[in-house]
Write a protein that binds this ligand. Structure first.
Ligand SMILES: [Cu+2]
Length: 493
Protein backbone atom coordinates (compact mmCIF):
# COMPACT_ATOMS: atom_id res chain seq x y z
CA UNK A 1 0.00 0.00 0.00
CA UNK A 2 1.51 3.34 -0.93
CA UNK A 3 1.21 6.39 1.23
CA UNK A 4 -1.72 7.93 -0.66
CA UNK A 5 -3.74 4.71 -0.60
CA UNK A 6 -3.08 4.36 3.06
CA UNK A 7 -4.15 7.88 3.83
CA UNK A 8 -7.32 7.48 1.84
CA UNK A 9 -8.19 4.37 3.77
CA UNK A 10 -10.45 3.96 6.72
CA UNK A 11 -7.66 4.39 9.23
CA UNK A 12 -5.61 7.51 9.13
CA UNK A 13 -2.72 5.89 10.66
CA UNK A 14 0.23 5.65 12.87
CA UNK A 15 2.00 3.36 10.46
CA UNK A 16 2.61 6.24 8.08
CA UNK A 17 4.41 8.11 10.80
CA UNK A 18 5.90 5.40 12.94
CA UNK A 19 4.33 3.69 15.90
CA UNK A 20 4.99 6.68 18.11
CA UNK A 21 2.43 8.85 16.38
CA UNK A 22 -0.13 8.05 19.07
CA UNK A 23 -2.80 6.59 16.85
CA UNK A 24 -4.38 3.56 18.38
CA UNK A 25 -6.28 0.83 16.57
CA UNK A 26 -10.04 0.72 16.75
CA UNK A 27 -11.02 -0.70 20.09
CA UNK A 28 -13.24 -3.69 20.46
CA UNK A 29 -16.55 -3.16 22.20
CA UNK A 30 -15.27 -4.94 25.32
CA UNK A 31 -12.30 -2.62 25.46
CA UNK A 32 -14.43 0.40 24.84
CA UNK A 33 -16.77 -0.31 27.74
CA UNK A 34 -13.87 -0.22 30.19
CA UNK A 35 -14.04 3.55 30.09
CA UNK A 36 -17.12 5.68 29.80
CA UNK A 37 -15.08 8.04 27.63
CA UNK A 38 -14.24 5.65 24.84
CA UNK A 39 -16.60 4.97 21.98
CA UNK A 40 -17.24 1.85 20.02
CA UNK A 41 -18.68 3.58 16.96
CA UNK A 42 -17.52 6.72 15.24
CA UNK A 43 -19.47 9.93 15.40
CA UNK A 44 -20.75 11.00 12.03
CA UNK A 45 -20.01 14.43 10.72
CA UNK A 46 -21.11 15.58 7.30
CA UNK A 47 -20.09 18.44 5.04
CA UNK A 48 -23.23 19.67 3.33
CA UNK A 49 -25.12 22.68 2.03
CA UNK A 50 -27.40 24.92 4.04
CA UNK A 51 -29.49 27.96 3.25
CA UNK A 52 -29.36 30.81 5.72
CA UNK A 53 -30.99 34.20 5.69
CA UNK A 54 -28.66 37.20 5.70
CA UNK A 55 -30.19 40.66 5.68
CA UNK A 56 -33.41 39.32 4.20
CA UNK A 57 -31.68 37.47 1.37
CA UNK A 58 -31.11 33.77 1.22
CA UNK A 59 -27.57 32.51 0.94
CA UNK A 60 -26.37 29.01 0.19
CA UNK A 61 -23.53 28.18 2.53
CA UNK A 62 -21.68 25.12 3.72
CA UNK A 63 -22.45 23.29 6.93
CA UNK A 64 -20.65 20.76 9.11
CA UNK A 65 -23.31 18.84 10.92
CA UNK A 66 -24.03 15.73 12.95
CA UNK A 67 -26.88 13.41 11.93
CA UNK A 68 -29.25 15.22 14.32
CA UNK A 69 -28.51 18.53 12.61
CA UNK A 70 -26.33 20.02 15.32
CA UNK A 71 -23.24 21.79 14.01
CA UNK A 72 -19.76 20.62 14.90
CA UNK A 73 -18.83 18.33 17.75
CA UNK A 74 -18.79 18.26 21.55
CA UNK A 75 -16.39 15.65 22.90
CA UNK A 76 -15.11 14.46 26.26
CA UNK A 77 -11.55 15.33 27.23
CA UNK A 78 -9.32 12.29 27.36
CA UNK A 79 -11.54 10.33 25.00
CA UNK A 80 -10.81 9.39 21.45
CA UNK A 81 -11.61 11.62 18.56
CA UNK A 82 -13.40 8.95 16.54
CA UNK A 83 -15.19 10.64 13.69
CA UNK A 84 -16.44 9.50 10.30
CA UNK A 85 -16.28 12.60 8.13
CA UNK A 86 -18.34 12.40 4.97
CA UNK A 87 -18.87 14.80 2.14
CA UNK A 88 -22.28 15.54 0.68
CA UNK A 89 -21.09 18.43 -1.49
CA UNK A 90 -20.18 18.29 -5.13
CA UNK A 91 -16.63 19.59 -4.87
CA UNK A 92 -13.53 18.28 -3.07
CA UNK A 93 -13.14 19.36 0.54
CA UNK A 94 -11.23 18.64 3.74
CA UNK A 95 -11.53 19.73 7.36
CA UNK A 96 -8.81 20.90 9.76
CA UNK A 97 -9.35 20.28 13.50
CA UNK A 98 -8.14 23.63 14.78
CA UNK A 99 -6.83 23.40 18.34
CA UNK A 100 -6.39 19.64 18.50
CA UNK A 101 -3.00 18.03 18.04
CA UNK A 102 -3.77 15.04 15.83
CA UNK A 103 -1.13 12.98 14.05
CA UNK A 104 -0.03 14.78 10.92
CA UNK A 105 -1.98 12.48 8.61
CA UNK A 106 -5.24 13.65 10.20
CA UNK A 107 -4.51 17.38 10.19
CA UNK A 108 -6.75 18.38 7.30
CA UNK A 109 -4.66 20.63 5.08
CA UNK A 110 -5.12 19.40 1.49
CA UNK A 111 -2.25 17.19 0.30
CA UNK A 112 -0.29 17.83 3.49
CA UNK A 113 -0.28 14.91 3.51
CA UNK A 114 -3.87 13.69 3.16
CA UNK A 115 -5.74 14.15 -0.09
CA UNK A 116 -8.96 16.10 -0.39
CA UNK A 117 -12.15 14.26 0.43
CA UNK A 118 -14.00 13.49 -2.79
CA UNK A 119 -17.77 14.01 -3.15
CA UNK A 120 -19.61 11.17 -1.34
CA UNK A 121 -16.39 9.93 0.26
CA UNK A 122 -16.25 9.07 3.95
CA UNK A 123 -13.02 9.05 5.94
CA UNK A 124 -12.60 7.92 9.52
CA UNK A 125 -10.31 9.70 11.95
CA UNK A 126 -9.16 8.16 15.23
CA UNK A 127 -6.73 9.83 17.58
CA UNK A 128 -6.66 11.00 21.22
CA UNK A 129 -8.75 14.14 21.57
CA UNK A 130 -6.51 15.50 24.33
CA UNK A 131 -7.36 17.90 27.13
CA UNK A 132 -10.47 20.08 27.29
CA UNK A 133 -10.89 23.31 25.41
CA UNK A 134 -12.82 25.51 23.03
CA UNK A 135 -11.70 24.55 19.55
CA UNK A 136 -13.19 24.54 16.11
CA UNK A 137 -13.03 22.88 12.73
CA UNK A 138 -12.86 24.46 9.31
CA UNK A 139 -11.89 24.00 5.71
CA UNK A 140 -8.30 25.03 5.08
CA UNK A 141 -9.31 26.30 1.65
CA UNK A 142 -11.30 29.21 0.25
CA UNK A 143 -14.39 27.22 1.27
CA UNK A 144 -13.82 28.60 4.77
CA UNK A 145 -15.20 31.93 3.52
CA UNK A 146 -18.51 30.30 2.80
CA UNK A 147 -18.97 29.18 6.39
CA UNK A 148 -17.37 25.74 6.20
CA UNK A 149 -16.61 25.88 9.91
CA UNK A 150 -18.16 24.65 13.17
CA UNK A 151 -17.42 24.48 16.90
CA UNK A 152 -15.30 21.64 18.29
CA UNK A 153 -15.85 21.73 22.03
CA UNK A 154 -13.91 19.41 24.34
CA UNK A 155 -15.34 19.26 27.85
CA UNK A 156 -13.57 18.05 30.98
CA UNK A 157 -15.23 16.22 33.85
CA UNK A 158 -14.89 19.42 35.87
CA UNK A 159 -16.56 21.44 33.11
CA UNK A 160 -19.56 19.14 33.24
CA UNK A 161 -19.76 19.24 37.05
CA UNK A 162 -19.75 23.02 37.30
CA UNK A 163 -23.04 24.81 37.70
CA UNK A 164 -22.75 26.81 34.53
CA UNK A 165 -24.48 27.07 31.19
CA UNK A 166 -22.33 26.70 28.11
CA UNK A 167 -22.97 29.24 25.36
CA UNK A 168 -20.96 28.78 22.17
CA UNK A 169 -20.64 31.75 19.82
CA UNK A 170 -19.07 31.21 16.40
CA UNK A 171 -18.26 34.45 14.60
CA UNK A 172 -18.07 34.89 10.84
CA UNK A 173 -17.60 37.54 8.22
CA UNK A 174 -20.05 37.00 5.39
CA UNK A 175 -20.11 38.10 1.76
CA UNK A 176 -22.57 37.42 -1.01
CA UNK A 177 -19.52 37.30 -3.26
CA UNK A 178 -17.53 34.12 -3.55
CA UNK A 179 -14.10 33.86 -1.98
CA UNK A 180 -12.60 33.75 -5.47
CA UNK A 181 -14.26 37.06 -6.32
CA UNK A 182 -13.12 38.62 -3.06
CA UNK A 183 -9.58 37.44 -3.71
CA UNK A 184 -9.67 38.74 -7.26
CA UNK A 185 -10.73 42.14 -6.02
CA UNK A 186 -7.97 42.12 -3.42
CA UNK A 187 -5.40 41.34 -6.05
CA UNK A 188 -6.81 44.18 -8.11
CA UNK A 189 -7.10 41.86 -11.03
CA UNK A 190 -9.99 41.32 -13.37
CA UNK A 191 -8.34 38.20 -14.66
CA UNK A 192 -10.28 35.00 -14.49
CA UNK A 193 -8.78 31.71 -13.60
CA UNK A 194 -7.60 29.61 -10.74
CA UNK A 195 -6.96 30.92 -7.28
CA UNK A 196 -3.95 29.71 -5.32
CA UNK A 197 -6.09 27.16 -3.53
CA UNK A 198 -8.20 26.26 -6.53
CA UNK A 199 -11.13 25.05 -4.46
CA UNK A 200 -14.37 26.80 -5.11
CA UNK A 201 -16.97 28.19 -2.83
CA UNK A 202 -20.42 29.30 -3.78
CA UNK A 203 -22.20 32.49 -4.51
CA UNK A 204 -25.29 33.81 -2.82
CA UNK A 205 -28.48 32.84 -4.53
CA UNK A 206 -29.93 36.31 -4.69
CA UNK A 207 -28.92 39.89 -4.71
CA UNK A 208 -25.55 39.38 -6.33
CA UNK A 209 -25.54 42.50 -8.44
CA UNK A 210 -26.65 44.77 -5.63
CA UNK A 211 -24.09 43.35 -3.27
CA UNK A 212 -21.29 43.61 -5.78
CA UNK A 213 -21.83 47.29 -6.29
CA UNK A 214 -22.16 47.80 -2.56
CA UNK A 215 -19.03 45.90 -1.64
CA UNK A 216 -16.34 48.44 -0.97
CA UNK A 217 -12.79 47.33 -0.77
CA UNK A 218 -10.84 49.24 1.80
CA UNK A 219 -7.22 50.29 1.67
CA UNK A 220 -6.45 49.26 -1.90
CA UNK A 221 -6.20 52.83 -3.09
CA UNK A 222 -3.08 53.68 -1.16
CA UNK A 223 -0.34 51.17 -1.88
CA UNK A 224 2.84 51.86 0.02
CA UNK A 225 1.22 54.26 2.40
CA UNK A 226 2.75 53.85 5.83
CA UNK A 227 -0.48 53.63 7.73
CA UNK A 228 -1.97 50.71 9.53
CA UNK A 229 -4.36 48.68 7.41
CA UNK A 230 -7.11 47.21 9.54
CA UNK A 231 -9.56 45.50 7.26
CA UNK A 232 -8.92 44.15 3.78
CA UNK A 233 -12.55 43.46 3.07
CA UNK A 234 -15.77 45.25 3.91
CA UNK A 235 -18.16 42.36 4.28
CA UNK A 236 -21.88 42.32 3.65
CA UNK A 237 -22.56 41.07 7.18
CA UNK A 238 -20.94 39.89 10.38
CA UNK A 239 -22.52 36.82 11.89
CA UNK A 240 -22.75 35.29 15.35
CA UNK A 241 -24.04 31.71 15.08
CA UNK A 242 -25.14 32.50 11.51
CA UNK A 243 -27.24 35.54 12.48
CA UNK A 244 -26.92 39.31 12.43
CA UNK A 245 -28.10 41.71 15.14
CA UNK A 246 -31.24 42.34 13.06
CA UNK A 247 -32.34 38.88 14.18
CA UNK A 248 -29.87 37.67 16.79
CA UNK A 249 -29.83 34.38 18.60
CA UNK A 250 -31.49 34.84 21.99
CA UNK A 251 -30.12 32.38 24.54
CA UNK A 252 -32.39 31.70 27.51
CA UNK A 253 -30.41 31.99 30.74
CA UNK A 254 -31.31 31.67 34.43
CA UNK A 255 -31.61 34.62 36.77
CA UNK A 256 -28.52 34.59 38.95
CA UNK A 257 -27.04 31.84 36.79
CA UNK A 258 -23.52 31.35 35.50
CA UNK A 259 -22.60 31.24 31.84
CA UNK A 260 -19.42 29.99 30.22
CA UNK A 261 -19.14 31.81 26.96
CA UNK A 262 -17.05 29.95 24.39
CA UNK A 263 -16.25 32.45 21.67
CA UNK A 264 -14.67 31.29 18.40
CA UNK A 265 -13.52 33.81 15.82
CA UNK A 266 -14.21 31.85 12.66
CA UNK A 267 -14.12 34.94 10.46
CA UNK A 268 -11.66 34.68 7.59
CA UNK A 269 -10.44 38.29 7.57
CA UNK A 270 -12.00 40.15 10.50
CA UNK A 271 -10.80 40.64 14.06
CA UNK A 272 -13.25 41.47 16.83
CA UNK A 273 -13.39 42.70 20.41
CA UNK A 274 -15.90 40.91 22.60
CA UNK A 275 -17.92 43.38 24.65
CA UNK A 276 -19.84 41.80 27.54
CA UNK A 277 -21.62 45.07 28.26
CA UNK A 278 -23.20 45.24 31.70
CA UNK A 279 -21.98 41.79 32.66
CA UNK A 280 -18.56 41.61 34.30
CA UNK A 281 -16.56 38.91 32.56
CA UNK A 282 -13.70 36.70 33.60
CA UNK A 283 -11.43 35.36 30.86
CA UNK A 284 -10.38 31.86 31.85
CA UNK A 285 -8.98 30.36 28.66
CA UNK A 286 -7.55 31.39 25.30
CA UNK A 287 -7.43 28.99 22.36
CA UNK A 288 -8.82 26.32 24.67
CA UNK A 289 -5.89 26.57 27.10
CA UNK A 290 -6.50 27.76 30.66
CA UNK A 291 -5.19 31.13 31.80
CA UNK A 292 -5.14 32.74 35.20
CA UNK A 293 -8.45 34.64 35.27
CA UNK A 294 -8.49 38.14 33.80
CA UNK A 295 -11.45 40.31 34.78
CA UNK A 296 -12.98 42.71 32.28
CA UNK A 297 -15.75 43.44 29.83
CA UNK A 298 -13.68 43.83 26.67
CA UNK A 299 -11.54 41.04 25.17
CA UNK A 300 -9.74 40.98 21.83
CA UNK A 301 -10.09 37.93 19.59
CA UNK A 302 -8.33 37.68 16.25
CA UNK A 303 -9.04 35.22 13.46
CA UNK A 304 -8.65 31.61 14.55
CA UNK A 305 -8.49 32.49 18.24
CA UNK A 306 -10.95 31.50 20.97
CA UNK A 307 -11.95 32.97 24.33
CA UNK A 308 -13.64 31.30 27.30
CA UNK A 309 -15.35 33.96 29.41
CA UNK A 310 -17.29 33.34 32.63
CA UNK A 311 -20.30 35.57 33.20
CA UNK A 312 -22.63 35.81 36.19
CA UNK A 313 -26.20 36.92 35.60
CA UNK A 314 -27.81 39.26 38.14
CA UNK A 315 -30.46 37.82 40.48
CA UNK A 316 -33.12 39.95 38.83
CA UNK A 317 -32.21 38.64 35.40
CA UNK A 318 -32.62 40.75 32.32
CA UNK A 319 -31.44 40.84 28.71
CA UNK A 320 -27.73 41.17 28.01
CA UNK A 321 -26.31 41.58 24.52
CA UNK A 322 -22.86 40.02 24.13
CA UNK A 323 -21.35 41.90 21.22
CA UNK A 324 -18.45 41.31 18.86
CA UNK A 325 -17.16 44.68 17.65
CA UNK A 326 -15.49 44.71 14.27
CA UNK A 327 -11.93 46.04 14.52
CA UNK A 328 -11.64 49.71 13.62
CA UNK A 329 -15.20 49.89 12.30
CA UNK A 330 -18.73 50.48 13.56
CA UNK A 331 -20.20 47.13 12.52
CA UNK A 332 -20.92 44.57 15.17
CA UNK A 333 -22.63 41.27 15.73
CA UNK A 334 -23.53 39.16 18.74
CA UNK A 335 -26.04 37.16 20.72
CA UNK A 336 -28.42 38.14 23.51
CA UNK A 337 -28.50 36.36 26.87
CA UNK A 338 -31.98 36.79 28.34
CA UNK A 339 -33.80 35.46 31.38
CA UNK A 340 -37.47 34.47 31.11
CA UNK A 341 -39.75 37.44 30.64
CA UNK A 342 -36.95 39.93 30.06
CA UNK A 343 -37.58 42.71 27.59
CA UNK A 344 -35.22 42.35 24.66
CA UNK A 345 -34.37 45.61 22.96
CA UNK A 346 -33.10 45.73 19.43
CA UNK A 347 -29.36 46.33 19.11
CA UNK A 348 -28.29 48.24 16.02
CA UNK A 349 -26.01 46.50 13.55
CA UNK A 350 -23.79 49.59 13.62
CA UNK A 351 -22.55 51.08 16.88
CA UNK A 352 -21.80 54.71 17.68
CA UNK A 353 -18.06 54.12 18.00
CA UNK A 354 -15.55 52.07 16.05
CA UNK A 355 -14.40 48.80 17.57
CA UNK A 356 -10.95 48.89 19.21
CA UNK A 357 -7.81 48.27 17.18
CA UNK A 358 -6.29 45.04 18.43
CA UNK A 359 -2.92 45.19 20.12
CA UNK A 360 -1.02 43.01 22.55
CA UNK A 361 -2.27 44.58 25.79
CA UNK A 362 -4.35 41.56 26.73
CA UNK A 363 -1.70 39.12 25.46
CA UNK A 364 0.87 40.74 27.75
CA UNK A 365 -1.37 40.19 30.78
CA UNK A 366 -2.09 36.52 30.14
CA UNK A 367 -0.50 33.89 32.37
CA UNK A 368 -1.02 30.23 31.61
CA UNK A 369 -2.74 27.82 33.96
CA UNK A 370 -0.10 25.27 32.96
CA UNK A 371 3.10 26.71 31.42
CA UNK A 372 5.57 24.72 29.36
CA UNK A 373 8.26 23.10 31.50
CA UNK A 374 11.22 25.44 31.95
CA UNK A 375 13.90 24.34 29.54
CA UNK A 376 16.53 25.92 27.30
CA UNK A 377 15.80 26.00 23.61
CA UNK A 378 17.51 23.47 21.37
CA UNK A 379 16.67 25.43 18.28
CA UNK A 380 15.82 29.02 17.51
CA UNK A 381 14.30 30.46 14.34
CA UNK A 382 13.65 34.03 13.25
CA UNK A 383 10.83 34.83 10.89
CA UNK A 384 9.70 38.12 9.40
CA UNK A 385 6.23 38.82 8.07
CA UNK A 386 6.19 40.97 4.96
CA UNK A 387 3.54 42.10 2.56
CA UNK A 388 2.90 44.21 -0.43
CA UNK A 389 -0.54 45.76 -0.57
CA UNK A 390 0.03 46.94 -4.16
CA UNK A 391 0.02 43.46 -5.66
CA UNK A 392 -1.48 41.81 -2.61
CA UNK A 393 1.27 39.33 -1.91
CA UNK A 394 2.33 38.26 1.54
CA UNK A 395 5.29 36.25 2.72
CA UNK A 396 7.10 34.75 5.69
CA UNK A 397 10.81 35.51 5.49
CA UNK A 398 13.24 33.02 7.02
CA UNK A 399 10.90 30.09 6.56
CA UNK A 400 13.40 28.01 4.58
CA UNK A 401 15.07 25.50 6.83
CA UNK A 402 12.39 25.43 9.52
CA UNK A 403 13.49 21.91 10.42
CA UNK A 404 13.24 20.47 13.90
CA UNK A 405 14.06 17.15 15.51
CA UNK A 406 11.66 15.23 17.67
CA UNK A 407 12.15 15.98 21.35
CA UNK A 408 13.57 19.45 20.86
CA UNK A 409 12.41 22.64 22.53
CA UNK A 410 11.94 25.09 19.70
CA UNK A 411 11.70 28.87 19.87
CA UNK A 412 10.40 30.94 16.98
CA UNK A 413 10.80 34.72 17.00
CA UNK A 414 8.37 36.38 14.60
CA UNK A 415 8.59 40.04 13.63
CA UNK A 416 5.86 41.71 11.64
CA UNK A 417 7.44 44.08 9.12
CA UNK A 418 4.12 44.88 7.43
CA UNK A 419 1.41 47.39 8.21
CA UNK A 420 -1.30 44.78 8.70
CA UNK A 421 -1.85 42.53 11.69
CA UNK A 422 -1.36 38.79 11.24
CA UNK A 423 -2.74 36.12 13.59
CA UNK A 424 -0.13 33.37 13.28
CA UNK A 425 -1.29 29.78 13.78
CA UNK A 426 0.89 26.70 14.27
CA UNK A 427 -0.71 23.35 13.53
CA UNK A 428 -0.21 20.20 15.57
CA UNK A 429 1.20 21.86 18.70
CA UNK A 430 0.39 24.27 21.48
CA UNK A 431 3.00 26.93 22.01
CA UNK A 432 3.71 29.34 24.84
CA UNK A 433 4.16 33.05 24.19
CA UNK A 434 7.53 33.79 25.83
CA UNK A 435 8.40 37.18 24.38
CA UNK A 436 6.48 40.29 23.33
CA UNK A 437 8.18 43.24 21.62
CA UNK A 438 11.59 42.33 22.97
CA UNK A 439 10.53 41.69 26.57
CA UNK A 440 10.39 38.18 27.99
CA UNK A 441 6.97 37.07 29.28
CA UNK A 442 5.59 33.90 30.81
CA UNK A 443 2.62 34.23 28.51
CA UNK A 444 -0.34 32.13 27.49
CA UNK A 445 -0.16 28.67 25.99
CA UNK A 446 -2.17 28.82 22.77
CA UNK A 447 -2.18 27.97 19.07
CA UNK A 448 -2.76 31.34 17.40
CA UNK A 449 -1.06 34.60 18.36
CA UNK A 450 -1.62 38.04 16.93
CA UNK A 451 1.28 40.00 15.40
CA UNK A 452 0.14 43.63 15.13
CA UNK A 453 2.01 45.85 12.64
CA UNK A 454 5.72 46.14 13.50
CA UNK A 455 5.29 43.95 16.61
CA UNK A 456 7.39 40.94 17.54
CA UNK A 457 6.50 37.80 19.46
CA UNK A 458 8.58 34.81 20.54
CA UNK A 459 6.83 31.50 20.89
CA UNK A 460 8.15 28.22 22.28
CA UNK A 461 6.94 24.68 21.75
CA UNK A 462 8.07 21.12 22.26
CA UNK A 463 8.57 19.17 19.06
CA UNK A 464 6.52 16.14 20.05
CA UNK A 465 4.33 15.50 17.01
CA UNK A 466 6.24 14.50 13.85
CA UNK A 467 5.02 15.93 10.57
CA UNK A 468 5.25 18.88 8.24
CA UNK A 469 3.17 21.42 10.12
CA UNK A 470 1.76 24.64 8.70
CA UNK A 471 2.71 27.86 10.45
CA UNK A 472 0.59 30.51 8.78
CA UNK A 473 -1.43 33.67 8.98
CA UNK A 474 -5.07 32.96 9.81
CA UNK A 475 -6.23 35.76 7.55
CA UNK A 476 -7.47 33.52 4.73
CA UNK A 477 -6.42 35.86 1.91
CA UNK A 478 -2.97 36.46 3.39
CA UNK A 479 -2.52 32.72 3.70
CA UNK A 480 -3.49 31.89 0.14
CA UNK A 481 -1.31 34.68 -1.26
CA UNK A 482 1.85 33.51 0.47
CA UNK A 483 1.81 33.85 4.23
CA UNK A 484 2.32 30.14 4.81
CA UNK A 485 5.35 28.30 6.16
CA UNK A 486 5.99 24.77 7.38
CA UNK A 487 7.76 23.44 10.45
CA UNK A 488 9.16 20.16 9.22
CA UNK A 489 10.47 17.35 11.38
CA UNK A 490 13.80 15.99 10.26
CA UNK A 491 13.26 13.02 7.98
CA UNK A 492 9.65 13.85 7.03
CA UNK A 493 8.47 15.03 3.68
CU1 LIG B 1 -1.99 38.02 7.76
Amino acid sequence: MNRRDFLNGVMVGAAALGASAALRPIRTFAQATKSSFTRSAPRSLSVGYRTIDVKGKSARVFGLIQPDGRPGLALDAGAEFDVALSSAIDEPTLIHWHGLAPPWAADGVPDNPAALLKPSETRRYIFPVGAGGTHWMHAHTLQEQNLLAAPLIVRTVDDLKRDEQEVVVLLHDFSFLSAEELLEKLKGSAAHGATPMGHGSMQGTTGMQQMMSGNRMSNMAMPGMAAMDLNDIDYDAYLANDRTLDDPEVVRVEKGGHVRLRVINGATATAFTIDTGHLAGELIAVDGQGVQPVAGTSFAVSMGQRLDILLSLPKDGGAFPILALREGAVERTGVVLASAGATIRKVAVEGDAKGPVLGLDLERRLRPAIPLAARPADRHFELSLTGDMADYSWAIGGADGLVVKRGERVEVAITNMSMMAHPMHLHGHHFQVIGINGAPVAGAVRDTVLLPPMASVVLAFDADNPGRWPLHCHHLYHMVTGMMAYVTYDGIG
